[in-house]
Design a protein around this ligand. Structure first.
Ligand code: GN1
Ligand code: MG
Length: 368
């Protein structure tokens, strides 16, 4: 993790931005990259930008990542224009660097990119209301549908095996065996919770490997707060955080959206009595997603939608617990035990989903 306070004025000068630099501030969200917002004054108006330093320890080939992002945003822009939409709001727009590339590499080896700021919309870290959840889920479904027509070569895998749940399971076992920080004894219960569920972890990846589940272009990080919601209409305007847009299964996206979209508390809530899975929120997620995606999904995908919520929640908990055992080297933490707190919320939700799986299946059927 790189904690140097960056000089945003200098970073911005590497990009094709007009006007006078007014200032910048950090945007404290996301566990991987670092995000800032900067403001410029040009011809009497203020324009804002989003600047991000890519975590190149996590995304080991930033050039390939940016190649994906250029392709995806260019394609999205064309589709939005053809549909009469506003391409400056409905997709991310990269500001090119002065050397013509889509990113800037500093002499110190950091990778930066800049987006136009999207006005009149914001993100939500919690499922504050049912309408919000419907809108966000529908936006993710529409995003997948749009990308199902992306022409050209297969996208780069920006993180190989990102949602390979059996490998995540094995990584947890390895971390527990290494026990680098002597933490395994204190999390026996959590490790045991995962080990008991070994039988679940292969269900999507095996379907993909056997060709029963189609590989598609997916987002792979469909947290509620990765959709900008319009301040006036409450609709999903723009899907953001495109770092992990790559080949995958739609089940990764729907399943991962359940973690936050159907949660009664924050991802890192310490009071587990507040943490839970809410079937009404899940209902909104399912309808929103299927209203956009119903017509292109295959039966093998539809069949596993409810299960995917459980699987991806379990997977994310496995990842948090693994990082806790390894000494918090992957996800940025803000307090001691933060990754363990995150793992516990995921496991609590996963356990509730197991108990409510029949009801979840019924919800999905209702909207198919
Ligand atoms: C990370 O950095 P952020 O918040 O966009 C992670 C996701 C996890 C998420 C958990 C590249 O996303 O996979 O689901 O944290 N991204 C990466 O909140 O690992
Ligand atoms: Mg992300």
């Amino acid at each position: 993790m790189n904690m140097r306070e960056p000089d945003l004025g200098a970073i911005c000068s590497a990009f094709e931005i007009e006007g006078r630099f007014l200032g910048s501030c950090p945007v404290p969200s996301g566990h991987i990259n670092e995000t800032f917002c900067s403001a410029f004054e040009a011809s009497g108006r203020t324009a804002r930008y989003v600047n991000q330093r890519i975590n190149h320890h996590v995304f080991k080939e930033p050039e390939k990542l940016m190649d994906n992002m250029e392709r995806v945003t260019r394609f999205a822009r064309g589709r939005i224009e053809a549909a009469g939409g506003d391409p400056m709001r409905e997709t991310l727009n990269l500001v090119p660097a002065r050397d013509g590339r889509s990113f800037h590499r500093t002499p110190g080896g950091d990778y930066w990119r800049t987006f136009h700021f999207i006005n009149g919309a914001r993100t939500y870290d919690r499922a504050e209301n049912l309408g919000l959840v419907y809108s966000a889920s529908r936006a993710f479904g529409a995003f997948q549908k749009m990308l199902s027509r992306l022409p050209g070569a297969r996208l780069h895998e920006t993180i190989p095996d990102f949602h390979h749940t059996p490998k995540r399971f094995a990584a947890l076992q390895a971390a527990a065996a290494r026990d680098r920080r002597n933490r395994a004894a204190s999390v026996r219960g959590e490790i045991g919770f995962v080990l008991e569920r070994e039988g679940l972890v292969g269900r999507v990846i095996d379907g993909l490997a056997e060709g029963r589940i189609p590989e598609r272009v997916t987002h792979n990080d469909t947290k509620l707060n990765n959709v900008m919601i319009d301040d006036l209409t409450g609709e999903g305007v723009c899907v953001i955080d495109l770092d992990t847009v790559m080949p995958g299964s739609v089940l990764y996206d729907f399943g991962d959206s359940v973690r936050l979209g159907a949660a009664t508390a924050a991802e890192d809530e310490r009071d587990l009595s507040r943490v839970g899975f809410d079937l009404n929120l899940f209902d909104r997620l399912a309808q929103g997603y299927l209203d956009a995606a119903r017509d292109f999904l295959e039966p093998a995908e539809k069949e596993l939608l409810a299960f995917s919520g459980l699987l991806l929640t379990l997977e994310c908990g496995i990842r948090f617990l693994t990082d806790h055992l390894d000494g918090d080297v992957y996800f940025r933490i803000h307090r001691d035990g933060h990754n363990l707190d995150r793992a516990r919320t995921q496991f609590k939700m996963a356990a509730e989903m197991e108990r409510k799986m029949d009801e979840m299946e019924a919800v999905v059927r209702k909207y198919l």
